[in-house]
Design a protein around this ligand. Structure first.
Ligand SMILES: NC(=O)c1ccc[n+]([C@@H]2O[C@H](COP(=O)([O-])OP(=O)(O)OC[C@H]3O[C@@H](n4cnc5c(N)ncnc54)[C@H](O)[C@@H]3O)[C@@H](O)[C@H]2O)c1
Length: 246
């Protein structure tokens, strides 16, 4: 089930956290993974420990040139890109709107929103030519519910959900499926950008009364990245312990 033998996947922000778990899971299913991150040393280390033909890739998703270059390198090395997982993201400054500077706002938009645009645009013509592709965008429950003190983050993650639905419809007849995933609180380094009070606020709202694990997100991404995900597109999947029911 969900075999990815012979396929190439690019996973952004895969040097750690949820992206690393996704990279490991897709590789276990047979994919060659381009472990792409700002942190090339961390990405290369993950790729080394995955083994096989997987490789680390330097990528700054805020730059369209960097995204184009990363996709070109993945194609040059493996001849194809079947899967793109847009996972890289930042929490931004945890503070009320009136304490957010222009720079705080622009930074979270550049990474979480423009980054998804840059990477999708870099890969889409290749996928259209091959009439096959799976794209999974990691949004957040914050994009559905809105978390206080995270206006920029919540806005960008809502944007990722809308972007996914729109793009999916543009390529729906071309063998390309585009879906998003909305995790609730997952214990990774991103939480170091938030206060304990902010984390408790988010965890208290989860009916399962616990945080999720990166592996639990990787499991749903694995299905959405597979050939079996063939009649599912433009969807947004919650992995939130029941926090949102819509
Ligand atoms: N952890 C959570 O609670 C949670 C909840 C919902 C959604 N998410 C989303 O899941 C994704 C992964 O989160 P995580 O918790 O694993 O984060 P993390 O901070 O642990 O890891 C993020 C990775 O992205 C990389 N990165 C940051 N900016 C980049 C850029 N410009 N170009 C390329 N790589 C860049 C970092 O170097 C890092 O390796 C993010 O999009 C995040 O918003 C996380």
């Amino acid at each position: 089930m969900f075999q990815l033998e012979g396929q190439t996947a690019i996973v952004t922000g895969a040097a750690t956290g949820i992206g690393e778990a996704i990279a490991r899971r897709l590789a276990r299913a047979g994919a060659t993974v381009a472990v792409a991150d700002l942190d090339l040393d961390g990405a290369s280390e993950v790729a080394r420990s995955i083994g096989g033909a997987s490789f680390g890739l330097k990528l700054d998703i805020t730059s369209s040139a960097s995204a184009n270059q990363a996709v070109a390198e993945a194609i040059a090395r493996t001849g194809r890109v079947d899967i793109l997982v847009n996972n890289a993201g930042i929490a931004g400054k945890a503070a009320p709107l009136w304490e957010q500077t222009d720079e705080d706002w622009q930074k979270v938009i550049a990474v979480n929103m423009t980054g998804v645009f840059n990477c999708c645009r870099a890969v889409i013509l290749h996928m259209r030519e091959r009439k096959y592709g799976r794209i999974v965008n990691i949004a957040s429950i914050a994009g559905k519910e809105g978390n206080p003190n995270m206006t920029g983050y919540s806005a960008t993650k809502a944007a990722v959900i809308g972007f996914t639905k729109s793009m999916a419809k543009e390529v729906a007849t071309e063998g390309i499926c585009v879906n998003s995933v909305t995790p609730a609180v997952i214990r990774t380094k991103i939480l170091e950008q938030l206060t304990e009070a902010q984390i408790s606020y988010m965890t208290d709202k989860i009916p399962m009364r616990r945080t999720g694990t990166p592996e639990e997100i990787a499991a749903i991404v694995h299905f959405l990245s597979s050939p079996e995900c063939s009649f599912v597109t433009a969807q947004c999947y919650d992995a939130s312990g029941g926090r949102a029911t819509y």
